[in-house]
Design a protein around this ligand. Structure first.
Ligand SMILES: [Zn+2]
Length: 225
């Protein structure tokens, strides 16, 4: 059970979420931001907003995205600085930022300039193997689209949809390549970032290979503690 307290009673309201692809950090960040009543900030969304607004920053970012590169640290930090200027210094949940130690150091500087600081870095811990196993086991109904999993959520009768009786088929392999590419990118900076926050004493390790309810409870606890 998740103990529900008023968000005002929670001291930790400036949070970043770390974790590899498939760790569920986007969903957890959205959940946490809602509960804390603070904005859920994703640099991916911020970049897309700048691009569609046609700002100078957006045009610069679009140039990198067009060739499949991640936006460079200084550009990401300028976006974040812009966002902090508009408010948000008293609370936020970031996911997908920071991505590198350089971004984390820059973020600390930006927060200090605004006389505030990061409260917690939550690391949603899950191995690439577990994430792959979840995807590999996924089966979907060709009739109604309902999704099952060979081990976590099997249909009552193998190969047959519980809901509509349609044929179930494996879905996966295309997504697996994409996932592996994203893990390669994550591994180039993610683990060092976790170490960075561990040294600062701000890291909370959270086992992410669990049911959503348990994950949310652990996330909440890490902010309340
Ligand atoms: Zn079905």
């Amino acid at each position: 059970m998740i103990s529900v307290q008023a968000s005002k009673g929670v001291a930790r309201r400036r949070i970043v979420l770390l974790g590899g692809p498939g760790s569920g950090k986007g969903t957890a960040a959205a959940w946490l931001a809602k509960r804390l009543e603070v904005p859920h900030l994703s640099t991916g969304d911020m970049i897309r907003a700048e691009v569609s607004a046609g700002t100078a920053l957006g045009r610069e970012a679009a140039g990198h995205l067009a060739v499949g590169r991640l936006a460079p640290d200084d550009l990401v930090l300028r976006l974040v600085a812009e966002r902090l200027r508009k408010g948000n210094r008293d609370g936020f949940v970031f996911d997908g930022f920071p991505r590198t130690v350089a971004q984390a150091e820059g973020f600390d500087r930006l927060l200090r300039e605004r006389a505030t600081l990061l409260d917690r870095a939550l690391h949603l811990e899950i191995s690439q193997t577990s994430v792959e196993a979840r995807i590999i086991g996924r089966i979907g109904c060709s009739g109604c689209g309902k999704v099952y999993h060979a081990t976590h959520l099997p249909p009552r009768e193998p190969g047959v949809c519980d809901a509509c009786g349609g044929a179930l088929e494996k879905r996966a392999d295309d997504r697996l390549d994409v996932l592996r590419a994203r893990w390669r990118i994550y591994n180039s900076g993610g683990p060092r970032l976790v170490e960075f926050y561990r040294r600062q004493g701000k890291l909370a390790e959270i086992a992410a290979d669990v049911a959503p309810e348990r994950l949310y409870a652990a996330v909440w606890e890490a902010c309340a503690a």
